[in-house]
Design a protein around this ligand. Sequence first.
Ligand code: SF4
Length: 463
Amino acid sequence: MELLPSGQKKVQGKELGITNDNHQVGDNDMFSFSKIDVLDLQPFEICSIRPPTENYSLTFRITRNCYWNKCAFCPVYKCGAKFSRRNIDEVLEDVKRSKQIDDFLFEQGIGYPLYSDADFYKLQNILQKVQQQRWEAGIVDVNENVSADADVKRIDDERMQWFMQWFVEKPTLAQCFEHVVQWRIGGGKTCFLGDADGLIVAAKDYEKILSHIKQNFPTLQRFTIYGRTKTAHKKDFKDLVKLHNAGLHRVHFGLESGSDEVLKLMNKGEDSRDHIEGCLKTKEAGLSVSVYSMPGLGGKKLSHAHALETARVINATGPDFVRLRTLSVFPYTPLMDMVKAGKFEPCSDDEIVDEIETLITAIDVPVMLYSDSATNLLPLNGKLPQDKSTLLSAISEYKSKDYIERLQYRLRARLESFVGQYGRLTDDIELLLKPLVKGNSIVIDNTEYVEEVITTVYNKLMP
Ligand code: SF4
């Protein structure tokens, strides 16, 4: 690196050992706004809803929202978000916009000398300069962070307000900058294409989209989508093979349950046959299959059957990954109405632990099990069958605790998840905990109150 007369830094890729082949760093590269005009930069649509494993992925929307949108437990698109297909040219344009942003940020020193968390701090300065320049040119990037729900202000539930605020239909340029930087810091290797059912997009469109993305972002190594098993079941096998050949690696299916009774109760629009045939077909086409199972979805009444039937479907399909995402009953969902009407009785934490024990015991195919949702109580991660006894021992250990110990465990687990999601304990939670704090520790002398605190904290967690 040398300093130019103007004081601008000049970057020479080889000297810095920058291995990122996505950027051509040469003698003429410098930190300035000269190469890419900030006035030309535009936001692109990103996927707010994606699997936890794709938190650091570069994302593109190839459809918007969910055309089904009837699952009783699902809050995601229940507040006004409308499904729409996207024209392939729109998607290609988004790829172009993201590439411009990525190149621009690199020109400004993001990723120098290597991508790291420090880039988030640099980004704030860059954003200020960009916004100033755009503002002076009459471009004001405000209010583009439109929630998916036009009526979000009507929603009085704090949890839904929080949820809807980060669920963006039209991100600002600043949000797109952050998205790209987050992806780069995360390694720059993964890409997620949303939204809810990517399998409805034609194979020929995938061929174009994926080839265009790969051309622009050669560091990408993994492409994944969400899919519905019914769509996979109905889809022409040759088309699934084409998706694989085009470079798609994995489909995340929300099985939720293998029980037809539970699936019907939840209006999932799919049955266990769709689950089995859809997953098998996808696997046979060469794609990796990751499935979500939702402990608690059968309620007290169907809990045991839900676990056994889910294990049956998992055993019949042999997915690569099973991910547990414990049910959380959200406001403004049909399931909440069912709870209020006494038609669905949610399981307690301990009943859900029993249910998961039944599920793990009954799984007899090789599979990676992950517990990567904030709503899960126990951290049950392992490879089956090798780790089955370890996982079951962890469950037994929890069950062997007395009620007070379990209460302590549950409170600590929920608070840890809360801090994991919000970064700290918020004032309202601190206030709730106050009566329990004695000196430096939390003392459980009013179990009823502790149960209330646990419920309050739990209800603020995002699955
Ligand atoms: S298909 Fe998925 S996104 Fe659509 S309503 Fe059901 S759970 Fe929600």
